[in-house]
Design a protein. Structure first.
Length: 219
């Protein structure tokens, strides 16, 4: 194993090519199955259209090469339904270039791409976010937070009133920090309930910059 391999690893991303208009239409209706029902077509068939595996016949010439299940009335109904959904005609949704590209329609539409991830970078990022403050740093952080009530209120504003109350009591934001048992007794609930409220609050706080500063202090 060479030195480069010891410094990183690969993450393989897999993506599938989708028909943009049909994908948006399916999303609007709540999924591919809902799109199939709306169009009055078989779900497997619609899935092949969405995954660019197949195109429906557009004109009389193409109907000649399809099975008897495909009729002019069926094509007209499909055209009307798709136009109502997308504002585009069948020719615009399935242009001649696409219908004629037999090789393209048969090939796999799955794309794989491997990204190289630097281990040292990940380690630095992890240590920056997860390293707990030293006792001196913690004291300085406490002093800074006590001098910035507006910042504390802003960070806690994303929490429910009960979550704010628990965080303030547990971590001494308004006085001395209380234990789980002391907090539970004051709020008239069990210790496990306080633990749950506290955990949910800390997770929510991590989603904002202001909240993350409090989480580092609370941790």
């Amino acid at each position: 194993m060479d030195n480069n391999e010891t410094q990183g690893f690969g993450i393989t991303l897999v993506s599938k090519m989708k028909h943009a208009d049909l994908r948006r239409a399916a999303k609007r209706l709540g999924g591919q199955s809902a799109l199939a029902r709306y169009l009055g077509e078989n779900e497997v068939t619609v899935g092949r259209w969405c995954n660019l595996k197949e195109c429906p016949p557009i004109n009389d010439h193409e109907l000649q090469f399809r099975n008897h299940a495909w009729t002019a009335d069926r094509v007209d109904r499909l055209a009307d339904n798709l136009f109502a959904l997308t504002g585009k005609t069948l020719d615009e949704i399935f242009p001649t270039e696409l219908r004629a590209a037999k090789a393209f329609l048969k090939q796999s539409k799955v794309k794989e791409e491997t990204l190289r991830v630097d281990i040292e970078y990940l380690r630095d990022q992890r240590e920056e976010r997860l390293t707990l403050p030293s006792p001196c740093d913690e004291a300085a952080e406490r002093e800074r937070l006590e001098e910035m009530p507006i910042e504390i209120s802003k960070a806690l504003s994303s929490l429910t009133s009960r979550q704010q109350q628990v965080i303030r009591m547990r971590y001494g934001l308004d006085g001395e920090p209380l234990t789980l048992a002391e907090t539970a007794k004051q709020l008239g609930v069990g210790k496990e309930r306080i633990r749950q409220i506290e955990g949910t609050a800390l997770v929510r706080l991590r989603t904002t910059d202001a909240g993350w500063k409090l989480v580092r202090f609370c941790d």
